[in-house]
Structures are given as C-alpha cells and as structure tokens.
Design a protein around this ligand. Structure first.
Ligand SMILES: *[C@@H]1O[C@H](CO)[C@@H](O)[C@H](O)[C@H]1NC(C)=O
Ligand SMILES: *[C@@H]1O[C@H](CO)[C@@H](O)[C@H](O)[C@H]1NC(C)=O
Length: 325
C-alpha cells in the first residue's frame, strides 16, 4: 500500500486508490465473465456425464407389445413457390432457407434405422400465414395414418440415433401404459411437449391419433389473433402456450404431458449471450434441463439466427459417431 506517499500527496492517492479499486473490480468482473462464458459452455456440454438423466435408464427398455406406427413430420419455409415473392421475407423465413436440404438425410436415416416414416410436408404450407403455422395442417393431414406424429421444426437434428422414439414415449406416458392403444387409463397423453425458459415449446412435440388431438389441432389453428407477420416470431408458439395454460387441470392431466426434462427430445445449444446470462442467473434449472450435451437425442436451433451455419457445424461434430452403424 502507498501510505507514506499518501501523507505527502493525499488527493492524488485517494484518486489513485479509487482507480486501482476500479481496475480490480473491472478485472474481477472480466474474470467472472470469462469463467461464465467458457465454464458454462464446458459444464453444460458435459451435463449428461455429470449425472443428468434425460431419459431415466429404467424406462429406456422398450416393452415388447409397444409397437406404435410413428411418422416424423417436418418442412422448411423455402419461399412461396408459385406465389408473388414478398418484398421483405420475415427474418424467421430467411433463417430457415436451405435448412431442409441439410437436415433431411439425418432425419431419413434415423427414421429408416427404426422403421418410422419421414414426411416432408412442404405441400401442406398455407401461405396465408407465416409458414410455421402450417405444422398444424401438416400434422392433421397425416394423423389418421399413424399412432403418433413427431413434429420436427426443420432447425433440428438427431444427434444420438441410438435413442428410439418408443423409449421417449414410454418414458413420458409410463411403461405400464405404453402399449395401451385404446387408452383406458387416466392419463392418455395425446400431446407430449417440453418446456424451455419461455414455457411450452412448439418446435418439437408428439401428437397421438385421437379425437382430442384432432380437436386440439383445429382449435390451435383457429387462434388466428396470435398470428404475427414479418417477425422472427410467428405466433404459433404463443398460441400453443395460451391454449395449454387455459386448459382445465383435469383436461391437462388427461391429455397433455410436459416431459420433466427438456433434453429428452428438445435440447438447445448453449450460447453465452447477455440474454442467456440474464436467464441463466434467474432460471439456472431450465438451462440444466435443456442445454445440449453430448449424448442428447436431438438438438434444436431455437431462437438462433444463423441456423444453416449451426446445422453444418453440428453435422460435422456428430459425423464420427453416426457413421459406424
Ligand atoms: C374453427 O373455426 C371455423 C371457422 O370459423 C369453425 O367452423 C370451426 O368450428 C372452428 N373449430 C373449432 C374446433 O373451434
Ligand atoms: C429477430 O429479428 C431481428 C430483425 O431482423 C434480428 O436482428 C434479431 O437478431 C432476431 N432475433 C432472433 C432471436 O432471432
């Protein structure tokens, strides 16, 4: 410390000290930020080896009589073919352009591996709304041919093809009920979703063939006051959140299952931005449950702008493990 100097030139010293303190605090903050940025990325990427269970191991054995017919349905907004081009396509539409070409073979080879169908439902797009809404008619028009539809926004990839959709369904519905096609028990789970920090996510979810599901899809489609044009939000997710929040507790219990762990089929890559720092501080458990970690079944590039770049990097990253099957 500069005590002796201080007694000679007190003013300068107190300024000196304050500046020194300022630099110390700034240095500490910079250090904490660096630890946060790199540390959180490393820790979350290893969440599964640090004890996180996205699917509890005891339910990953598939029951013998559980053989549902499943289709993975998806499309991406590649522009309004046959219609006048919009002068300014929404930022969301721009982000999705070119994605299907990148992710399609990943999804088809996963579907082939386990006997599911893959459906590119591009022809279902209703251009009177932002394309994202058309997941509803895309699911609806295929639901009578399958027991379950697994909807995939195109900004998603299968990262661990060893995990079967039956394990996921069984884990959420319960092992004892998983083969019960007529659904005589109390919780039928017609809709299986995950939650992120904003609530239920409409990017990846399961719908079971049932009367309830058909009605649900019609009502969701009818929530046209939620439509947002020209934005990177299209409103279909907000409508779904609103729909689910307004269900009675008994209807919710009987028909909707929110998986306890987001990472069961809807993991998000971790990006150390100010927005995620803020959310990380106020809702750390949501990141623990949902951050993409090695071994997770799927990654979903939700809320990211440079989707094709992300997809290219992830395809590169998972190449060695998915090529030897
Ligand atoms: C959806 O809206 C249409 C047209 O307004 C109506 O005929 C239909 O009954 C509505 N469906 C549901 C399930 O609310
Ligand atoms: C939403 O769109 C705006 C305007 O194009 C863009 O600057 C912003 O990064 C987008 N945000 C997200 C999360 O995609």
């Amino acid at each position: 410390m500069t005590r002796t100097l201080g007694s000679v030139r007190p003013k300068e010293t107190s300024l000196h000290r304050r500046m020194w303190m300022f630099f110390q605090i700034a240095g500490l903050l910079a250090l904490l930020l660096t630890v946060y940025i790199y540390g959180s990325a490393v820790v979350l990427k290893e969440a599964n080896s640090l004890g996180r269970d996205c699917i509890p191991p005891h339910v990953s054995e598939i029951r013998e009589n559980f053989r549902p017919k499943i289709a993975i349905v998806s499309f991406s907004d590649e522009g309004r073919v046959g219609l006048p081009k919009l002068s300014s396509p929404s930022p969301r539409a721009r982000g999705f352009r070119g994605l299907m070409g990148m992710v399609k073979s990943n999804k088809i080879s996963y579907a082939k591996m386990w006997g599911y169908d893959f459906i590119d439902a591009r022809t279902s797009i209703d251009w009177s709304r932002p394309a994202s809404w058309s997941k509803i008619p895309a699911i609806r028009s295929n639901l009578d041919k399958y027991d379950w539809i697994f909807w995939n926004d195109a900004d998603s990839l299968v990262t661990n093809p060893i995990i079967r959709l039956e394990s996921i369904l069984q884990s959420v519905i319960g092992t004892t009920f998983a083969g019960d096609e007529d659904c005589h028990h109390s919780n039928c789970a017609d809709l299986i979703v995950t939650e992120d920090v904003n609530g239920v996510n409409a990017g990846l979810f399961f719908v079971r063939r049932s009367k309830w599901s058909m009605e649900f899809l019609d009502k969701w489609w009818n929530m046209s006051s939620f439509i947002i044009e020209g934005s990177n939000k299209s409103g279909d997710n907000d409508a779904l959140i609103h729909y689910i929040n307004s269900l009675s507790p008994s209807e919710m219990w009987n028909h909707v299952s929110v998986a306890p762990m987001q990472c069961i089929f809807n993991s998000y890559p971790w990006t150390p931005t100010w927005k995620s720092l803020h959310r990380f501080i106020f809702s750390p458990s949501s990141y623990w449950k949902g951050a993409y970690s090695n071994g997770d079944f799927m990654v979903h590039l939700a809320g990211l702008d440079d989707k094709t770049e992300w997809a290219a990097n992830i395809i590169q990253e998972i190449k060695p493990s998915s090529s030897h099957n």
